[in-house]
Design a binder for this molecule. Structure first.
Ligand SMILES: *Cc1c(COP(=O)(O)O)cnc(C)c1O
Length: 245
């Protein structure tokens, strides 16, 4: 499989960022939705370990694929779609599930916590809180003002979950001539407020924002984790830090 010029462009851009600020190198989450298992296996062969999908059923099928199971023993699956409570048990059954990116309700966190506990895993499930930074009703996520209470809720009531990041999808097609993307700014300042209020070191709360179209800008303003789907061919060219994503 050959990467197109546009795909390579993304790869070079990420690598350039890595070279400039190695200690702050962003991590790449490959979005594999609608992609066949072979593509996942190929990307894995190039060193990519973190993959995300946004439908529970599709994720379950992909992660249970015998070829993926045998060829990708260290794969880390992220769930990046909206999660309904009735699908929690099904999601928890996903082999190699590592991260739930879209916690946005205390009740959902509770359900995930108890379902993960029942599974009997010795590791905590890492979670992100999804923030609806622009307040559009059509988007999922917690309003920014609910963030601190949500982190406190998880810390106090969900011993099997580990909160690690804030995530936003944000507005699409933001025109940078109008200034930085306000959705990203909201997430950056939320982290500041959260860390101050709860005395958490800032480097312990990462920011997951930026997709193919706007990841460069997202990294410039502080994103530590980007989600790249449509330009995934870059995986041949660059593999940012893989340690913990
Ligand atoms: C599809 C998807 C992405 C990837 O978007 P691209 O524009 O294809 O890079 C990122 N995040 C979420 C939540 C998605 O559903």
């Amino acid at each position: 499989m050959r990467a197109s010029a546009a795909e390579l462009g993304v790869g070079f851009a990420l690598r350039a960022v890595n070279e400039r600020v190695p200690q702050a190198a962003p991590r790449l989450g490959a979005v594999s939705k609608t992609r066949p298992a072979d593509m996942v296996i190929e990307a894995y062969g190039h060193g990519q370990r973190t993959f995300g999908d946004n439908y529970v059923q599709e994720l379950l099928e992909k992660t249970s694929n015998p070829k993926i199971l045998s060829s990708c023993p260290e794969i880390k699956w992220h769930f990046i779609g909206h999660l309904q409570k009735q699908n929690v048990n099904k999601l928890m059954a996903v082999p190699n599930l590592f991260m739930l990116q879209t916690v946005d309700l205390a009740k959902l966190a509770d359900k995930v916590n108890s379902s993960w506990q029942k599974k009997g895993s010795t590791e905590k499930l890492t979670v992100m809180i999804q923030i609806n930074t622009d307040g559009e009703d059509s988007k999922h996520g917690l309003p920014p003002s609910g963030t601190i209470a949500m982190v406190e809720h998880i810390k106090a009531n969900c011993p099997s979950l580990e909160f690690v990041r804030l995530m936003t999808i944000g507005s699409f097609g933001h025109d940078l001539n109008q200034g930085p993307n306000p959705d990203f700014q909201v997430l950056v300042s939320l982290r500041e407020e959260l860390c101050k209020k709860l005395s958490i070191p800032a480097d312990q709360v990462e920011l997951n924002m930026g997709v193919s179209m706007d990841f460069q800008h997202a990294i410039e303003v502080g994103s530590t984790n980007v989600r790249i789907g449509s330009t995934m061919g870059l995986l041949k060219e660059t593999c940012p830090r893989q340690d913990r994503s």
